[in-house]
Design a protein around this ligand. Structure first.
Ligand code: GLN
Length: 277
C-alpha cells in the first residue's frame, strides 16, 4: 500500500491530521511524507497506522496520539495527564516574558498549576531566569519535567508537587506569579467538545460552579508569597470571569488590566500588587 493510497482511502479525519499521523507512525518529517507519496509501507506499519487513524476518528485528540503539541514554536510532550496547550496561553507567556525582561537582577518566578510545564518552561527559556513550577498532579509534573529536559531548561526549572501554594510554607518573595488554573464551569462541562470532555483531564479543567474556585483560593493566599510591586498573571475563560477575578484582585490591592486573545475574548489578567490599601 502506498502512502498516497492511504491518504485517499482512509476517511473521516482531515488531510493535515492524516499527514501528522503518518509522520508519527513512520518516524518521518511531514515534508518527507509529502514529497514521497509513492513510497510503500509494510503490512505491520499499515496495521498500526489504521489503528491510530481509527483512534483519531473516535475522537482521541491528535496531540495525545502523537504525544506532541507545538506551543511557542517548541514541540512539547503531552499525554492524558495534562491539558493540551492552547494558543491563547502564548499571550500569557509573552506578557510574563516582557515583564521579567524589564526587571533588574534575578527575580523569583513561580508557575502555579504548571501542567505540561509550557508556561514556566518558556519563561525560563526566554529569560534565562529560574522558575519554580507547582502542580497537584504528580503525573503532570513528570510530563513537565520531561519537557524541561526536552526544551533544554532542566537546570532552570524546579518542579514541586503542591495543591496551589500549600508546599510553600514560609513567607515568599516572588516577583512574578503566573497561573493557568482550571476555570471551566461545572455546567459548561457537557457543552465542551467531545474530544476535550472524553480525553482531557477533568482535574485540569473544572473550576466549580462559576469556574473560579481555584482562583478564589489562590488569590486569598497570594499576598503571603508575592513581593511589593510583584506581578500576578493568569488566564480566564472570558469577560465574565475576567471581571470577577479583576474585582477579587482589586480588593486585595492590585492594579489590574485585562488582555484579549486572538478572537477578542478577555483572556489574560495582568495585575501588579501595589498594596496601598
Ligand atoms: N481553555 C481551556 C478550554 O476551554 C480551559 C483551560 C483551563 O481551564 N485552564 O478547554
Amino acid at each position: 500500500m502506498t502512502i498516497s493510497r492511504f491518504i485517499s482511502e482512509l476517511n473521516g479525519i482531515t488531510w493535515i491530521e492524516k499527514i501528522s499521523l503518518l509522520s508519527f507512525a513512520l518516524s518521518k518529517k511531514k515534508e518527507e511524507i509529502l514529497i514521497r507519496p509513492n513510497e510503500t509501507v509494510t503490512e505491520e506499519k499499515f496495521k498500526f497506522i489504521k489503528t491510530i487513524f481509527e483512534e483519531r476518528k473516535n475522537g482521541r485528540p491528535l496531540a495525545y496520539i502523537i504525544n506532541s503539541k507545538e506551543f511557542f514554536s517548541e514541540e512539547f510532550f503531552v499525554n492524558e495527564s495534562v491539558l493540551i496547550p492552547r494558543p491563547e496561553t502564548e499571550i500569557l507567556v509573552e506578557e510574563a516574558i516582557n515583564i521579567i525582561k524589564d526587571m533588574k537582577g534575578q527575580p523569583n518566578i513561580m508557575d502555579v498549576g504548571t501542567g505540561s510545564g509550557i508556561i514556566g518552561i518558556m519563561i525560563a527559556k526566554h529569560t534565562g531566569i529560574n522558575v519554580l513550577c507547582l502542580d497537584i498532579s504528580r503525573e503532570a509534573l513528570r510530563v513537565a519535567s520531561k519537557n524541561s529536559e526536552r526544551i533544554g531548561v532542566k537546570g532552570k526549572t524546579f518542579f514541586v508537587c503542591s495543591d496551589l501554594l500549600e508546599a510553600i510554607k514560609e513567607k515568599g518573595n516572588f516577583h512574578v506569579i503566573v497561573a493557568n488554573l482550571p476555570y471551566v464551569k461545572t455546567k459548561e462541562w457537557e457543552h465542551l467538545m467531545k474530544d476535550v470532555r472524553d480525553y482531557e483531564p477533568k482535574l485540569a479543567l473544572l473550576g466549580g460552579e462559576d469556574g473560579l474556585d481555584l482562583y478564589r483560593r489562590l488569590i486569598r493566599v497570594l499576598e503571603r508569597v508575592i513581593c511589593e510591586k510583584g506581578w500576578f498573571l493568569c488566564e480566564v475563560g472570558g469577560a465574565e470571569q475576567a471581571e470577577v477575578v479583576s474585582e477579587m484582585l482589586i480588593q486585595k490591592g492590585f492594579n489590574v488590566s485585562k488582555i484579549k486573545d486572538y478572537s477578542g475574548t478577555e483572556r489574560i489578567i495582568k495585575a501588579q500588587w501595589i498594596n496601598s490599601l
